[in-house]
Design a protein around this ligand. Structure first.
Ligand code: DQA
Length: 148
């Protein structure tokens, strides 16, 4: 069982970036916790972050043939802007869950629309790093992974 976790722009700064909005946990800590969580249920997890739209698109394309069965993505600001990254998900037809650390719905109006949510299996917002853990458990349930 193989899960891909994708992190969009600026998420490499987690831990120091607006901690009152995004929390104090670093991306490395989030990824390490998710890898352990996946391993405990017999699955492999790969995490990838980029600040570049085309690089993320290429990674989604690669996921079509590299054994990835489910994607968890926080597209960062591309959530609200990227038709191209949305089209990549439509193109590869891999199931995915969209995660946002902050509750985008109680922030600026430009964060209220997502180009991904209508394609996603599910969307988790506002729960901080716990949102990734919940998304991973849901993905592993969908793939039929045994309980930890
Ligand atoms: C975010 C919310 C986006 O609006 C923002 O641009 C981000 C992070 C979140 O996780 O809350 O970079 O996706």
């Amino acid at each position: 069982m193989q899960i891909l976790v994708l992190h969009g722009p600026n998420l490499n700064l987690l831990g120091t970036r607006e901690p009152q909005v995004y929390g104090a946990t670093t991306l490395e800590q989030i990824n390490a916790g998710l890898a352990d969580q996946a391993a405990a249920r017999g699955a492999a997890l790969t995490a990838f972050q980029s600040n570049h739209e085309g690089v993320l698109i290429d990674r989604v394309h690669a996921a079509r043939t590299d054994g990835t069965q489910f994607v968890i993505i926080n597209p960062g600001a591309f959530t609200h802007t990227s038709v191209a990254l949305r089209d990549a998900f439509a193109g590869v037809a891999l199931p995915f869950i969209e995660v946002h650390l902050s509750n985008v719905h109680r922030r600026e109006p430009f964060r209220h629309h997502s180009y991904f949510s209508d394609l996603a299996e599910g969307v988790i917002v506002g729960l901080g790093a716990a949102g990734y853990r919940l998304a991973l458990d849901a993905a592993l349930d969908r793939l039929g992974a045994p309980a930890a």
